[in-house]
Design a protein around this ligand. Structure first.
Ligand code: F0G
Length: 526
């Protein structure tokens, strides 16, 4: 008996059952490059070509020898992994390296300060928390400045150097009192400012976006199934479609408001207004990953950037999946003319061995006190920082050869996917993506002739069934994007060979023939 089968599954048994239904619950025992080895029924290792690439965390493949050698060196050298609250030159170097490359890509020299974390969702939450701290402080600064003016007005009225015109009462909807002419005015301003300042911040995010599944970040993730049960726990988000300046303007008109104060102008008191900073941030992925591999167009990017600039709304650019070379640059957004106030990086930052993420915030937004209120036991540890430094070195060496390789290999892969689409336009709807972040979308099969195909599509499992066939029939591993299950995603490493592309072509062609011929009985799911 397989000793593993004797153990009751208590580690997410339901999920395991779902995977089993499409023959995806295999055990991988070894990985190198783009290959994972599964154990077959006879205990032998069988190679599987891995296009899932650790959900985008393996830009240099499984157990890249150079990264593994660096890890060995660190462990053999007894590097103190957990030395919290000490000087941390490796983190300093990592932040500097990230800045060097980001400055080059964005053509700016403003520093980005780094806060380290352990997972993608954590980096997003760090950015959201920082943005909220900054918003609360900006709001406080605005209120303080307004209060200063109100105090000047009060003093001027008291010493007779200013009067209160009717317009002030009209503006605030109060009546001129018999006594102190400013008493009801200041009371009304205080009430309105209090009400305004107590409003929850609004975070904008794109429809189809994915930013993690923690309590805060899941509210910024569009998929309702993930989000709505936990709505009471998190931040208030408003989702906007890509490419619609009008939609953004509508949301702004609904949410905006002003903070009030008084000032003296030519011996008369007047009401002054400051825009209330109600928007915490605008979150976006340059290429949506989990939502179906949807790149922003240059026009989409321009609309977002213009909105952010016009309304002082910080941009949090989630490069967790698209960053670190996957689309041919450290930041996919740098190819779209986007300038983040914040960037979040994770996944490949850990080189496939460490769990590491980082939130970067530009100096003009940076609030030093954040460092005292946000931390994690495990963040900024020596092991993950040293590994991340190795990843950056490998990306940037030889004039950025790995970046160019991602672009070139991505083009080769995309060309093949397009070729399959052209041969099967009745089956394949679209090929999308950039670099080594590609999606292959099938036409909806919920009305398919073959019952197995139709039922899989009806149950939202179509992509998983296709993934099961690719694995069990062709030894190719990939998955649909979880929120768009008709789209398979391909995120191999930069080591991708023409032979590997050829194997995928053969396998996808087989899938397309099965779907065209509605030969569901030919699907191999175990
Ligand atoms: N942001 C993006 C763009 C992501 O793709 C992910 C994870 C996260 C944040 C959260 O990162 O899992 O480390 O907390 N995406 C995976 C996916 C799960 O399906 O692409 P995490």
């Amino acid at each position: 008996m397989n000793p593993e089968s004797a153990v009751v599954e208590l580690a997410e048994p339901y999920l395991r059952g779902l995977l089993a239904s499409a023959g995806l619950d295999v055990e991988y025992v070894r990985g190198e490059g783009n290959t994972l080895y599964r154990r077959d029924a006879n205990g032998r290792e069988t190679p599987v070509l891995d296009y899932a690439g650790g959900y985008g965390s393996l830009i240099f493949g499984h157990n890249n020898p150079e990264i593994v050698a660096r890890a060995r060196e660190l462990l053999d050298g007894s590097v103190p992994v957990h030395a919290q609250f000490s000087a941390h030159p490796y983190a300093t170097r990592l932040a500097a390296e990230l800045n060097r490359i980001i400055h080059r890509e964005l053509g700016v020299d403003e520093p980005y300060y780094a806060t380290f974390a352990n997972s993608g969702a954590e980096a997003i939450e760090a950015a959201v928390k920082h943005a909220e701290l900054d918003r609360v402080l900006r709001q406080g600064e605005a209120l303080e400045e307004l209060a200063g003016g109100t105090e000047r007005a009060r003093a001027a009225v008291a010493d007779g150097s200013a009067t209160v015109p009717d317009a002030v009462y009209a503006h605030l909807g109060t009546a001129r009192p018999a006594g102190d002419p400013l008493a009801p005015v200041i009371e009304e301003i205080t009430r309105r400012n209090g009400e305004r300042a107590a409003r929850e911040p609004v975070f904008l995010a794109l429809e189809g976006g994915f930013h993690g599944k923690l309590m805060g970040s899941v509210q910024l993730t569009h998929n309702e199934a993930y989000r709505t049960p936990f709505a009471a726990l998190g931040v208030r988000a408003r989702f906007v479609p890509r490419g619609s300046a009008e939609a953004l303007e509508r949301v702004r008109a609904e949410e905006r408001g002003v903070l009030l104060g008084l000032d003296v102008d030519n011996g008369e008191v007047r009401v002054v207004e400051r825009e209330h900073p109600v928007f915490g941030a605008f979150l976006l992925e340059p290429v949506q990953g989990e939502g179906g591999i949807q790149p922003l167009s240059d026009q989409d990017a321009r609309i977002i950037q213009e909105f952010a600039d016009a309304h002082d709304c910080p941009l949090v650019i989630d490069e967790i999946q698209s960053g670190l070379g996957r689309t041919g640059s450290l930041l996919a957004s740098s190819q779209m003319g986007l300038r983040g106030d914040y960037f979040a990086l994770a996944k490949s930052l850990g080189g496939g061995l460490a769990k590491a993420s980082v939130m970067l915030v530009r100096e003009t937004r940076y609030r030093a006190q954040f460092e005292l209120v946000h931390s994690s036991t495990f963040a900024k540890d020596a092991f993950s920082c040293h590994i991340a430094l190795k990843v950056l070195e490998m990306l940037d060496r030889d004039g950025g050869r790995a970046f160019r390789q991602a672009t070139e290999r991505g083009t080769a892969l995309q060309t093949m996917l397009e070729k399959v689409r052209t041969s099967f336009p009745d089956v394949v709807k679209e090929v999308r993506g950039r670099g080594l972040m590609l999606g292959f979308e099938f036409h909806d099969q919920s009305e398919a002739e073959h019952p197995a195909i139709r039922e899989a599509a009806g149950g939202g499992l179509f992509g998983y069934v296709i993934a099961g066939h690719l694995l069990n029939r062709h030894s190719i591993r990939t998955f649909p994007t979880a929120s768009a299950v008709n789209t398979l995603r391909f995120e191999p490493s930069v080591l991708l060979t023409d032979e590997e592309i050829g194997r995928l072509e053969e396998a996808l062609t087989d899938v397309c023939v099965i779907l065209r011929e509605q030969a569901g009985e030919r699907l191999v799911l175990s």
